[in-house]
Design a protein around this ligand. Structure first.
Ligand SMILES: [Cu+2]
Length: 336
């Protein structure tokens, strides 16, 4: 009996897979139809489909580094700074919506709430903490399919990611004394930033692969006479469906970002490295492990939950600059 049901399901799956659209919309969703949750703009939707999502992302940073060398608090202070950053936690609550007016184009809108907390020390060992909280830069994007092919057991898609980040996040965050906080504590970029990227997806049997490359440009100065550096990010991943409701993934993520150009004249560059425009750039390579779930039945049937943890294996920073310790991303997604 079980075998018959299984055979029927396999036949149904084989038929639906031949539909000319991503597995995501072929009627029997697989958990790995979506990339690891830390990847944005990884999938498209079918005509008329909506998706709402929530992501929680957290990055913990510990201790400074210059180039690929770890620095102690003493090392940082020896470079003439009054305060050395020792740790920083960044939390993001990202609310998103997707809508596909056609199979070819999927629009996305994302609004983040950001919570940052940083700790610094001076030569006397005195600890100082600061925190900022508020809306970050909202993003609008379109994923445009340029190539899509599906046969028996295989799906392939290539789409372009076009995005714009709006300066809804504050760049006016201050400490209790009313002095503007350093660049890493601000919530937004202060500029309209275009992003362009390319995403490739392939599904075959229980396996899937994906690759994405993205660039973000900062084209002009914000009202405080600076702009963040351009960014380039590339990632590749593979995932395997272990159950109809569970897939696991492995991923490599590489990111490079430039220094700030221009400078906020109100920041004292002797105070802390975070006030220096020329100590913000860097490169980082991370390895990620993730899991995607689809609730198979009950009231939450079809709801997706996902988790991903990323650990840096390489960091080269224009420092002293705080280095990443690890990153966590968790999310909920629901398409209708
Ligand atoms: Cu979606």
């Amino acid at each position: 009996m079980k075998m018959t049901v299984y055979a029927a399901l396999m036949a149904a799956a084989a038929m639906t897979v031949s539909a000319p659209a991503m597995a995501h919309v072929h009627g029997v969703p697989d958990p790995d139809d979506h990339a690891p949750i830390g990847v944005m703009g990884d999938h498209t939707h079918k005509t008329g489909e909506w998706m709402v999502s929530y992501r929680y992302a957290r990055m913990d940073m510990r201790d400074a580094r210059s180039g690929t060398t770890d620095l102690t608090t003493t090392d940082v202070l020896a470079q003439g700074f009054m305060m050395a950053p020792t740790k920083m936690n960044m939390e993001m609550h990202m609310f998103g919506a997707m809508y596909a007016p056609s199979d070819r184009v999927t629009f996305m809108a994302m609004v983040p709430m950001i919570d940052k907390e940083m700790e610094m020390r001076n030569a006397m060992g005195m600890r100082m903490t600061m925190d900022t909280f508020g809306i970050g830069d909202a993003k609008l994007a379109a994923n445009v399919v340029v190539f899509s092919r599906a046969d028996m057991d295989r799906l392939e898609q290539l789409h372009i990611n076009l995005g714009l980040s709006a300066p809804t996040g504050s760049i006016d965050e201050t400490n209790a004394a009313g002095q503007r906080l350093g660049y890493p504590m601000q919530l937004g970029t202060g500029t309209v930033d275009p992003t362009i990227g390319l995403t490739y997806l392939k599904h075959q049997g229980a396996w899937s692969w994906g690759a994405q490359a993205k660039g973000t440009l900062r084209l002009y100065d914000n009202k405080h006479d600076y702009h963040l550096g351009d960014e380039a990010e590339a990632t590749v991943w593979t995932a395997r469906n272990l159950r109809p409701w569970l897939s696991v993934s492995g991923r490599v993520n590489a990111k490079a970002w430039g220094n700030i150009e221009g400078a906020d004249a109100s920041l004292n560059t002797m105070m802390t490295p975070g006030n220096r425009a020329d100590l913000r750039g860097g490169e980082r390579v991370e390895l990620g492990l993730g899991a995607n779930f689809i609730v198979p039945q009950g009231q939450l049937k079809g709801h997706r939950f996902a988790l991903e943890a990323l650990v840096p294996v390489y960091q080269d920073l224009d420092g002293p600059q705080l280095q990443a310790d690890h990153r966590l991303v968790a999310g909920w997604q629901y398409a209708f």
